[in-house]
Write a protein that binds this ligand. Sequence first.
Ligand code: GAR
Length: 201
Amino acid sequence: MRLAVLASGYGSNLQAIIDAVGNGKIKGRVEIVISDNADAYALERAGRHDIAAVHIDPRRFSDREDYDRAILTLLQGKNIGLVVLAGYMRLLSPVLVEGFRGKIMNIHPSLLPSFPGLDGVQQAIDYGVKVSGCTVHFVDEGLDTGPIILQEAVPVYDHDTADSLQERIHEVEHRLYPRAIQLFIAGKLNLEGRRCFQNEA
Ligand code: GAR
């Protein structure tokens, strides 16, 4: 299966996905990495692995729909089977969600539905929860509201800062995201309403 990864920043989840393709844990390949940020380190990671790395500047488009239409056209031209958001900091418009309905995944650094949106890690610290974690989910039109595929808890310690908690969450994300992607590729994810089950297909 051909994967597209959308990333705005550092790209450690992208790296985990590339590594999982390399060692056979993901039976697919990353065809293209797209970023809204010219300076995203994720683009450099892609280049280093001979993956097409494309920056699309949102400022060149009149609105969110127009921008997403350009991405949609690019993805359709490459016969992409799954779109993976990895630290992609833009809300998708219905144009893209509709075009790849049920074929877009996101990872978020909290146990959704707690702390959606920006700064999920800082939100958890500020709220004072003792347990946070990360969530892999399908993307719908809402902000981090789509059906949940996998979740894993991460403890929050008294001495934690957003950075130290983010670091522990990253470790879990790098394991969880490749697993969710391979479950999708293997056809093992079944949706009933907003509940997502793993079957033995
Ligand atoms: C990850 O922790 C991911 O969960 C989060 O951004 C980080 C990106 O790290 N995503 C969001 O907050 C989306 N709302 P990375 O660039 O090293 O993969």
